[in-house]
Design a binder for this molecule. Structure first.
Ligand code: NI
Length: 254
C-alpha cells in the first residue's frame, strides 16, 4: 500500500471525475493521501475532502505565491482550521523565488509566522522551496524548526545532507523519474531510506511514462520503482518504508 504525502484534489483539473477517481484509490493500493492547502480557500477544501474520505488527511497553510491574499487574519484562520481532527500538518508553506521575487520580505514573514504556529501546535510542516534553498533553511534554523518535509525536493545532494542532519524528510515526485534527471538520483543515493517520502503533487508532475498528463496518486508506483532502482529495492519495499516514514512524521494519523 502507498502513502501519497502531497496532492491537490481540490484542483479544478479533477472537477469532472473527482468522486469516481478518489473512490477508486483504496482498490488501487493507495492507503493514505494528504491534500495540501495553498491559501484559505484551498485549506478549507482540503479539510472538506478529509471529512468526506477516510483515507484523505489535510494540511493547512498559505503558499508563498499566494501572498496577495495573506492578511492580518490569516494566521488565526489557519490556527482555527488546524484544530480539525484530520489536519496533520501546516503546509504548504515556504519561499518561491522561481515564480516571483518581488515580495521576498512578505514571503519570509508568511513562512516565519506559519513555522512558529506549527511549533506552537506541535505539528510538522510541508515546505515548498523553489530556488530559495539557503533562505528556507536560514528561517527554519532561526525558529528552530526541523520537523517536516522539504516537498518536491529540488536542491543539491550537499544541501540535502544539511537538511537530513537536522532531521528533515525529503519528498520525491515525478521529476525523479524523468530521463534527463541527473541531480535527483544523486540526492536519492545520499538520502537515508528512513527520510524518504513519495508524493505525486497531483494534478502536476506526472512521472515517466505519463509525463505531461494529469497526475493522480495511482502513479506513485512509478516513483517508488525509480527510487527502488537507485536503492536496490523493489517498488513494494519502497512503498512500505515510505509509508512507515509518513506515519512517523505525520503522527496525528491514528
Ligand atoms: Ni503542492
Amino acid at each position: 500500500m502507498y502513502f501519497d504525502t502531497h496532492a491537490h484534489y481540490d484542483d479544478k483539473a479533477f472537477d469532472d471525475d473527482r468522486e469516481i477517481l478518489l473512490s477508486s484509490m483504496p482498490d488501487n493500493k493507495i492507503s493514505h493521501i494528504i491534500n495540501l492547502g495553498c491559501d484559505k480557500v484551498t485549506s478549507e477544501k482540503s479539510v472538506e475532502l478529509s471529512d468526506r474520505y477516510p483515507f484523505i488527511y489535510a494540511a493547512v497553510g498559505w503558499q508563498p505565491q499566494e501572498w496577495h491574499s495573506w492578511n492580518d487574519n490569516s494566521i488565526e484562520e489557519i490556527r482555527k482550521l488546524a484544530q480539525k481532527p484530520k489536519v496533520v500538518a501546516i503546509g504548504e508553506i515556504g519561499l518561491d523565488y522561481y515564480w516571483d521575487t518581488s515580495q521576498k520580505d512578505l514571503q519570509k514573514e508568511m513562512f516565519r509566522s506559519q513555522l512558529k504556529l506549527a511549533k506552537e501546535l506541535n505539528l510538522p510542516v510541508v515546505v515548498h522551496d523553489r530556488e530559495a534553498h539557503a533562505d528556507c533553511l536560514e528561517i527554519c534554523d532561526e525558529v528552530n524548526m526541523t520537523r517536516g518535509v522539504f516537498h518536491c525536493y529540488s536542491g543539491s545532494a550537499e544541501f540535502a545532507k544539511l537538511l537530513i542532519d537536522r532531521g528533515w524528510y525529503l519528498g520525491f515526485d515525478g521529476p525523479v523519474t524523468y530521463k534527463n534527471a541527473k541531480k535527483l538520483p544523486e540526492v536519492v543515493k545520499v538520502c537515508p531510506l528512513d527520510r524518504i517520502l513519495i508524493e505525486t503533487d497531483s494534478p502536476y508532475l506526472s512521472p515517466e511514462p505519463l509525463r505531461g498528463r494529469r497526475n493522480d496518486s495511482k502513479n506513485l508506483p512509478y516513483i517508488a520503482a525509480k527510487i527502488g532502482e537507485i536503492k536496490g529495492l523493489s517498488a513494494e519495499e519502497v512503498a512500505k518504508i515510505t509509508k512507515e516514514n509518513a506515519l512517523r512524521l505525520f503522527d496525528r494519523i491514528k
